[in-house]
Design a protein around this ligand. Structure first.
Ligand SMILES: Nc1ncnc2c1ncn2[C@@H]1O[C@H](COP(=O)(O)OP(=O)(O)OP(=O)(O)O)[C@@H](O)[C@H]1O
Ligand SMILES: [Mg+2]
Length: 257
């Protein structure tokens, strides 16, 4: 079944074209890994999918389960089951993490009693019990911010999950926790035929691929999808030879078909 479709998408922000002719088709149960050099438009793509008002769609559209969501406000997209863990989320002084988690649980349709149980269970799982009464991201370390973002997603329980560099800045011990959390959020711990969740994960290092398997890798280059293929192959090729060589190989292979 169809999950997210990005059709011929063109996006601009601050008067600059960031994405052009981007096409993606993610089916239910599939996880895509999004690669690309700094500034290639990865975070902008996720921000556009969630409906960040700074990103203007000048071409194409986005559909979720067949419905055109291109003009919907962010809250409506979230209500339909799309969630995001940002690369650099803002600090929210005066708002406690636990209150955001309660709100996420409410949006997900949980009763108050269930929410308290789940918050306790998930906070323990993420090693965040001591941080629940602190203001969101206020003075959090880089790794704590990443875990806090994932904890919020665990409560929100979206069907389409977007994770922007969840492995960046996470230490060697916590990467195991982050990896397990993502595996759970994306249902990669279930057999393929039982997976309902789908999503896009951005990573530079590929560390997260040690914990979750993924169906496809996509390379964004200068705001365009330049390559789609096996994520492990792409990672290996980019690590050895760089992005331009990876794209060249991809184009040669496509032309030969
Ligand atoms: N609000 C904005 N105003 C102007 N330029 C912007 C804005 N947001 C993004 N950009 C520009 O768009 C381009 C793509 O940025 P984006 O954050 O999507 O890159 P990225 O692929 O996520 O990079 P990284 O790997 O460094 O996170 C960059 O050149 C960036 O400076
Ligand atoms: Mg980014």
């Amino acid at each position: 079944m169809e999950s997210l479709r990005v059709i011929n998408l063109g996006v601009e922000t601050g008067g600059k074209k960031i994405l052009e002719n981007v096409n993606l088709y993610v089916k239910e149960g599939q996880t895509f890994i999004l690669f690309g050099p700094n500034g290639s438009g990865k975070s902008s793509l996720l921000s556009t999918i969630i409906g960040h008002p700074n990103y203007k769609v000048f071409q194409g559209r986005i559909t979720f389960r067949g419905e055109d969501i291109t003009s919907l406000p962010t809250n409506e997209r979230v209500r339909r089951g799309i969630g995001i863990a940002f690369q650099n989320p803002p600090k929210v002084s005066g708002v406690k993490l636990i209150d955001v988690l309660r709100y996420c649980a409410r949006v997900a349709g949980m009763s108050e009693e269930d929410a308290e149980k789940k918050i306790e269970e998930y906070a323990k799982f993420m090693g965040m019990e001591d941080m629940l009464n602190r203001a969101v991201n206020d003075g959090f370390s880089g790794g704590e911010v990443k875990r806090s973002e994932l904890l919020q997603l665990m409560l929100l329980n979206p069907d389409f999950v977007m994770l922007d560099e969840p492995d960046s800045g996470v230490d060697l011990e916590n990467i195991t926790i982050v990896g397990k959390a993502i595996k759970r959020i994306l249902e990669r711990d279930k057999p393929q035929e039982k997976r309902k969740k789908s999503g896009i994960v951005i990573t530079h290092t590929g560390h997260i691929l040690d914990y979750i398997d993924a169906d496809y890798g996509v390379v964004l280059f200068n705001g365009r999808v330049s390559c789609i293929g096996d994520p492990y192959e792409i990672l290996e090729h980019v690590s050895k030879y760089g992005y331009e060589a990876c794209i060249k190989k991809c184009v040669e292979r496509r032309d030969a078909q």
